[in-house]
Design a protein around this ligand. Structure first.
Ligand code: ZN
Length: 244
């Protein structure tokens, strides 16, 4: 079996298509929220995600922001402008679909949330200390999160390793996730923030208990041109070139 784990598409269809092409045929797709926000193609991305095989999807803060389900005063000016544009642009059908997304899903030994298991919509699991605090807030072996747009693995402390460091995912080397409880982030599809502008995702093999981390280039300038046409904040387009 092959599951595609992705997060933070952010209305970037070119990045999403590159990920889907690189992943190839998969048995299921698990999406960790922020399908929309920042980027120029919210309806196209929402429709594409809804059509993916055996989709399981949770809501992110930008999905809620576009729907008016949270106070946009908590967003920075650019994010707020993009959320308002997204809210005006989304079709009624896509709004209804986003509105129905759960905050948390538990299946097959995994917990899926956007932010953290403690605060699924908002909290960023940025470092091992925050990850340690969150270990008691899920009861599965693995918790999959997005939101930071930075790929990482945070393992549960053990007696031998009471303060485990974050594990950086390495390309081309399958990682055995079954060896320890962990919070795992696949990185961002549509707006990576780890200094690498390529779209980031994970392929999971639940039979082998391994995951494969991948990065794939996409035509960034296509997304940036659509952002200019839509009148979205120029800084949001510029950052895609740098992966920040
Ligand atoms: Zn996001």
């Amino acid at each position: 079996m092959r599951y595609l784990i992705l997060s933070d598409i952010h209305s970037n269809l070119a990045a999403l298509e590159a990920v889907l092409a690189d992943a190839g045929p998969v048995d299921a797709v698990w999406c960790l929220g922020d399908i929309v926000g920042y980027g120029p193609q919210p309806n196209e991305c929402a429709a594409r995600v809804q059509g993916l095989p055996n989709l399981v999807c949770v809501a992110g803060n930008h999905d809620w922001g576009a729907l008016g389900k949270l106070d946009l005063a908590t967003f920075n000016a650019d994010a707020r402008a993009a959320a308002e544009w997204t809210g005006r642009t989304l079709s009624a059908a896509n709004r209804a679909w986003l509105d129905g997304l759960p905050e948390r899903v538990r299946l097959e030994g995994f917990t899926l949330v956007h932010g953290s298991p403690r605060y699924p919509i908002w909290e960023y699991v940025l470092n091992p200390a925050i990850a340690r605090e969150n270990m008691a807030h899920f009861d599965t072996l693995t918790c999959l999160v997005g939101h930071t747009h930075v790929p990482a693995i945070f393992q549960e402390p053990t007696r031998r390793e009471p303060r485990p460091p974050a594990i950086e995912l390495s390309l081309g080397e399958p990682f055995r996730y079954r060896n320890a409880r962990a919070i795992i982030n696949p990185g961002g599809v549509g707006q990576p923030r780890d200094g690498d502008p390529r779209a980031s995702f994970i392929l999971l093999d639940p039979d082998a208990g391994t995951l494969e981390y991948r990065r794939v280039p996409y035509p960034i300038e296509e997304t940036q041109a659509l952002m200019r046409e839509a009148g979205l904040p120029p800084r949001l387009a510029a950052r895609l070139s740098y992966g920040i």
